[in-house]
Design a protein around this ligand. Structure first.
Ligand SMILES: [Ca+2]
Length: 113
């Protein structure tokens, strides 16, 4: 595997399709998460299989743009807790929204065009 892809764990769903993580992104799992609502503030490009967003981004995401793919976002790390499934589109969580500043892990479950 190319060195640049080593940090990107390939989930079984893409391995079964013969795709590496980078190929999965190129073929229809693409999105960006934002620190603030309305797609403002710091931006995080979504890798297709993230069991923990890390200490900086944990419980901080307030809006998401999904360019392609069907994604599942989880309240807890390791794809645990309440789950929110989102397809392509823009989603913004207001203060007080059940999903504002809650997401800890996510994965793309189905590539789309
Ligand atoms: Ca959380």
């Amino acid at each position: 595997m190319h060195k640049a892809l080593r940090s990107c764990v390939t989930p079984l769903i893409f391995a079964a399709l013969g795709l590496t993580c980078g190929q999965a992104q190129a073929r229809g799992c693409s999105g960006t998460a934002y620190w603030d609502w309305h797609f403002e503030g710091a931006a995080l490009r979504l890798a297709p299989y993230v069991s923990f967003v890390g200490p900086r981004w944990n419980d901080q995401i307030s809006s998401i743009k999904i360019h392609s793919g069907v994604w599942r976002f989880y309240r807890d790390a390791n794809f645990q807790g309440p789950m929110l499934e989102l397809g392509p589109g823009g989603y913004t969580f207001q203060a007080g929204d059940a999903w504002n500043d809650q997401i800890s892990s996510f994965q793309c479950v189905r590539p789309t065009n």
